[in-house]
Design a protein around this ligand. Structure first.
Ligand code: ADP
Length: 267
């Protein structure tokens, strides 16, 4: 899994990262799906201890090109996990109120509290992605944001937040297939926006903006992981594996009862 991790300062070229890669887990879908099921059970348990212990905070950031599979990954990776301790925060076009504050205002207030796991479906990175590509703010303003983002994430990390950032990497052909599938299936029309086709024309600009994100904001305490995401099962498996490994590394424990329970009899 290490090879998907972006080392701090590493210069990533997305064209060199294979979105079809299925090398780990023997490249076998059936075995992969079995492994995913096992990981899912482990994640359920780890999340329960996280919640019980009330010590750690976990933030999972998901970013991707349109149709990259953020929704599917959330559904599959977190299947069966107790909704009590997990929250999804989705970041849409900012409201007028949000726009009248700094770009991290709406983000900071939905970061995880102790015992929580929060998934960001899109995130503060939109402010150096869509905002940059469409020049919603001038370059001198968005250019400073990489440093602000690193500082912000450092603040969260110093306050007990474990951060994992996943970039779901698909290629342009795969996006075409997925958009076509949405067009062909009336039950998926609600997901199809004509605006997606305009965004698709900006593919190269988005890839460049993503490369800058990956190159400038992968840090030791908030690393980026480039997930090969053309195959959905493999995408989910990579995310699950890294998440479960990371949570295990926290060595969480169920807390002891505050009172002695010796000799307690329930009438
Ligand atoms: P999703 O595609 O994540 O399933 P939507 O279709 O509602 O959800 O898209 C959300 C939209 O909000 C995206 O087009 C995204 O680029 C946009 N967005 C998110 N954050 C910002 C931001 N800070 N500034 C401008 N647009 C944003």
């Amino acid at each position: 899994m290490k090879r998907y991790l972006v080392e701090p300062g590493e210069k990533i070229k997305l064209a060199k990262c294979d979105p079809n890669d299925i090398k780990a887990f023997g490249g076998d879908k059936e075995m992969g799906l079995k492994a995913l099921q096992k990981l899912n059970g482990e994640l359920q348990e780890l999340q329960e201890v996280l919640y019980a212990e009330q010590k750690h905070k976990v933030l999972v950031v998901l970013q991707a090109m349109d149709t990259g599979g953020k929704d599917g990954a959330i559904r599959r990776v977190f299947e069966g996990v107790n909704p009590q301790g997990v929250k999804v925060a989705s970041f849409k076009v900012p409201t007028d109120e949000e726009l009248s504050h700094d770009f991290l205002w709406r983000v900071h207030k939905v970061t995880p509290a102790k015992g929580e796991l929060v998934i960001f479906n899109r995130s503060h990175y939109e402010d150096v992605l869509v905002v940059r590509v469409h020049e919603y703010v001038p370059k001198p303003i968005w250019k400073k944001r990489y440093d602000r983002i690193n500082e912000f994430e450092q603040l969260l990390a110093e306050n007990g937040t474990t951060i994992l950032k996943f970039f779901l990497h698909i290629d342009k052909d795969e996006q075409k297939k997925r958009l076509q599938a949405r067009l062909d299936d009336p039950s998926k029309h609600w997901k199809f926006r004509l605006g997606d086709l305009e965004e698709r024309k900006l593919w190269d600009q988005y890839q460049e903006a993503f490369e800058d994100v990956l190159n400038k904001t992968s840090t030791k305490s908030a690393p980026w992981i480039i997930v090969p995401a053309n195959r959905k099962w493999y995408r989910d498996l990579v995310i699950s594996t890294i998440l479960v490994e990371t949570l295990k590394g926290l060595n969480m424990k169920y807390p002891e009862s505050e009172e002695s329970l010796d000799g307690v009899v329930i009438e």
